[in-house]
Design a protein around this ligand. Structure first.
Ligand SMILES: *Cc1c(COP(=O)(O)O)cnc(C)c1O
Length: 405
């Protein structure tokens, strides 16, 4: 692939764009892991992670990716033979369910397809049907990164409360944390999982599991939990190495420190507003393109869409052609379609995604949209006019600039 001068924009839904501050913080020699600054730094990360998750509960860090966070959450709470209810709105719910099954649990899947959020009536019915309370947890995906569906986690808590069902509510916020509004305690979430490489702007390699007292109580009754996955010593370590059950992920911690400093300097509310404004700019452009009859947003209803990722399609194979064109010619990388069609099939070449999570601002989004506009034109894809004007109008009124403090 020819080199494109100037900074590239990887507009993929993770790993997201890494800020210079994070990269600089990581560029240093190996630190001493036996006492000293790293211990102080790590202890300081915990309350700042809790502030991102909006919880007074426990925060634990694992060396791992999102899949590790899934496994960690299940390993501490779900014993072999126990059932979990998994409302699926795209690929990622199925992934968490497969993880549960491999651990000996019995996943019960509620499939809502690829273009709709969780329907609370069906969730209600499934919980009421479980008269003996075999279901020990609801594994909810806050934002499904394949479909870009945003689910209403607070409404799921309300259903659990209405039905009097004692199952834990677990939320996968790997794509949504620090992008879409999420309030762990206020929404009654018992366990939340996240990872470093999306809204948190740190390279892949850290997994996070947050849990409250209800989840800790369930952990106490587990027949066994492997030493590595056990969250108990990680949440309350007597010795430094227990945070990580071994050597600390040193450089990721320096990067995370820098990222959390940036996040809290901007403020959670301002971060959510910025992502909201940028998402609206993208949707405004896509609405205009859709007039041409070829391009489609996966979700017709804006209320169902995440502010972190947008799933789109063109008639196959134009989606893949567009990705290749904007990357080779203009230095913008779009996300591949995921979970929308059989991988490798002709249909799969219709789907693509925009990642707009974390370290993104208005000029990057205008650059992304401008690149796509150029690509649609170059590839003779019929598309409506005025997309960039529509996006600019959103930014002109909505602002979207981070406010400090
Ligand atoms: C990215 C993602 C995952 C998987 O994370 P990995 O780091 O690839 O293991 C799981 N769930 C959601 C919602 C995600 O966006």
């Amino acid at each position: 692939m020819p080199h494109i001068p100037g900074p590239a924009y990887r507009a993929i839904p993770g790993p997201s764009v890494m800020p210079e501050e994070v990269l600089r913080a990581m560029h240093r020699p190996a630190p001493n892991i036996y006492g000293g600054d790293l211990e102080v730094l790590t202890a300081g990360l915990i309350p700042d992670l809790r502030r991102v998750a909006r919880t007074d509960g426990a925060a634990t860090i694992y060396i791992g990716n999102g899949h590790a966070a899934w496994e960690a959450a299940l390993a501490n709470t779900i014993a072999p033979g126990e059932a979990v209810l998994v409302p699926c709105t795209g690929r990622f719910g199925h992934g968490w369910a497969e993880m549960a099954e491999a651990l000996g649990a019995e996943p019960q899947i509620l499939d809502f397809g690829k273009q709709a959020p969780v329907d609370m009536d069906r969730l209600d019915a499934a919980l009421r049907a479980d008269k003996t309370h075999r279901i020990k947890a609801v594994l909810a995906t806050h934002v499904d990164t394949s479909t870009s569906v945003l689910n209403d986690i607070a409404a799921m808590r309300a259903v659990l409360d209405d039905t009097g069902h004692p199952a834990l509510l677990m939320a996968d916020c790997i794509a949504s944390l620090a992008c879409d509004r999420f309030e762990m305690d206020a929404w009654g979430v018992d366990v939340m999982v996240a990872a470093s490489q999306k809204g948190l702007m740190v390279p892949p390699g850290l997994a996070f599991v947050f849990f409250n007292a209800r989840a800790a109580e369930k952990r106490k009754h587990m027949p066994r939990v492997s030493r590595y996955w056990d969250w108990t010593p990680r949440a309350d370590p007597e010795l430094f190495y227990q945070y990580f059950c071994g050597t600390a992920p040193t450089h990721h911690l320096f990067g995370l420190r820098a990222a959390l400093d940036m996040i809290h300097a901007e403020g959670m509310e301002a971060i959510w507003t910025r992502h909201e404004t940028l998402a609206h700019a993208i949707w405004a452009a896509a609405d205009a393109w859709q007039e041409g009859g070829a391009l489609r947003l996966n979700l017709a209803n804006p209320a169902h869409r995440s502010h972190a990722v947008t799933s789109l399609s063109l008639p196959a194979p134009k989606g893949t052609e567009l990705r290749h064109w904007v990357e080779a010619e203009l230095g913008v990388t779009l996300g591949i379609g995921l979970g929308m069609a059989e991988p490798g099939s002709y249909a799969a070449d219709g789907f693509f995604r925009f990642g707009h999570m974390g370290h993104v601002n208005g000029h990057m989004i205008m650059g992304l949209l401008g690149a796509v506009e150029a690509g649609l034109t170059a590839l003779d894809v019929p598309h409506g006019r005025g997309a960039l004007e529509a996006a600019a109008a959103v930014l002109a009124t909505g602002g979207g600039a981070p406010r400090s403090g």
